[in-house]
Design a protein around this ligand. Sequence first.
Ligand code: CA
Length: 220
Amino acid sequence: MRILIVEDEGKIATSIKEALENSGFVPEIATDGEDAWFRGGTEDYAAAILDIGLPKLDGLSVLRNWRNEQVNMPVILLTAKGSWAERVDGIDAGADDYLVKPFHMEELIARLRALLRRSGVEKQTRLHAGDLVLDTKQMRVLVDGNPVNVTPLEFRLLNYLMHQRGRVVSQEELASNIYYQDQEPDSNAVEVLLGRLRRKLKTDIIQTRRGFGYIIGDGE
Ligand code: CA
């Protein structure tokens, strides 16, 4: 699941990125308002974490532009301490939630998950499909009640497909939602990854629709 981080302070951006990666998300960083506005409008993100004070274009203007252009992803605003006026402006501009700096990464992740649940992107913290259970809070995969050792990349793949259940996901869509920005996967990387994951899971829950992509069925 791709999340856009808009933050010009390198240290904060990096720690948010790390916290998101450790929670199974695929974060990308934009460091100025214009870049954020453009990417939010042209790329597909599950949510954005948006700082207000930004070079080129401030965060509130980015948010207003997005909302005017029907870019409706959930947005968490990062605001300065004590600035209640900023928060009111933020909610008016279309923010779904806000966090006052400095904040704990655990709180940011919890708010993000709650927001994704409210917006219907993340359904529950425990997802079921047949005899497979994916726990996004504990980052665990169980088959028939037995834990399966998966890598973070395999977890992200399974997580994305589980959230798109009943829909065929193309190889490109899958790749862009599981690989990090600076990783350039080979053309057959997803296929290889899936083969390995299927062997670990020992279940045919992930099906291939040749020429179209992959699907985890509804089980109905
Ligand atoms: Ca800033």
